[in-house]
Design a protein around this ligand. Sequence first.
Ligand code: FES
Length: 349
Amino acid sequence: MPDFHDLKVAAVDQLTPNAVALSFDVPSELHSTFQFTAGQYITLQQEINGEEVRRAYSISSAPSSGKLTVGIKKMANGTFSKYANEKIAVGDVFEVMPPEGRFVFDPTDQPTTIAAFAAGSGITPIMSIARTVLESNEKNIFVLVFGNQAPEESMYRSALLELQEEFKERFFIQWMFSRVSEPDALFGRIERSTVNLILKNKFKSYNFDAFYLCGPESMIEVVSQTLQENGVAQEQILFELFTTSDTEDDLAKDLEGKTSVTVLLDDEEHQLVMDKKEIVLDAVLKNDIDAPYSCQGGVCSSCIARITEGKAEMVKNQILTDSEVAEGLILTCQAHPLTSSLKVDYDDV
Ligand code: FES
């Protein structure tokens, strides 16, 4: 069963006209449950208009701050993000899942030089990662390229300027705006030429150990590709998708018949029968099995399980590596069964 805990909102801070930061009170008995690594996210659940809605949001506070804060930008059709921006007040209670996620920075003893490319609300996990990098070793260097429409739309702008003031010699921000020209900022969106400018020109004397990319899929693709063209190894590039393009489910139309599914969750076995055309997670939830999930869009990684018998295939996967897929891991929110029986283990991941 997903491990939700009631947490009270301790502060609501307006970051931009369309984004808020929510900080939660974590009672002392839950401190260890809510310990996190810089870059992780939490899943919030709330009943909105009679329906239970779940969303994953990256933690923007650094682990060293002792705070648990997420940044939420209002999306045009976003039920949860609208609710968070318009209705939430200090004292409200959310159901919150403990931190998860693999887009993380774990400090080591070695000095490290990091670059991050973030667009819009993609800055949230980078806030936590940047502070952690800068605080964890006095030789660490952090270069941030941050794209937005305009300065007033940039989440955490003042916190970033403060961080820059605090770590003048080691924290560099390249601002980028697509709607206004500003002195010292680049005009446009983050693209191939931006990456080349950073690597070959502005910061060419730096040897970057890792790159953190966070924002829409199109940005991540172009940055990642350009980095690799410049000789950066794939293992040095970490990314977190904030929105993903809608992928046609081409698999479903060729699948026929039914599958008997055994689900192992919290040491309990459940049986169900589903159409192969259906998605495994949808069938599991329809059968009142309380499996973990958050985005239901192949973005967050909450729904990972292991296939221990039979075969399944994912409509889309940008999270699991080839070797993880080879060893049986699967995003159940993206998976169709291919065989007449399937065993899905949520406990062994
Ligand atoms: S629920 Fe987010 S990846 Fe499946």
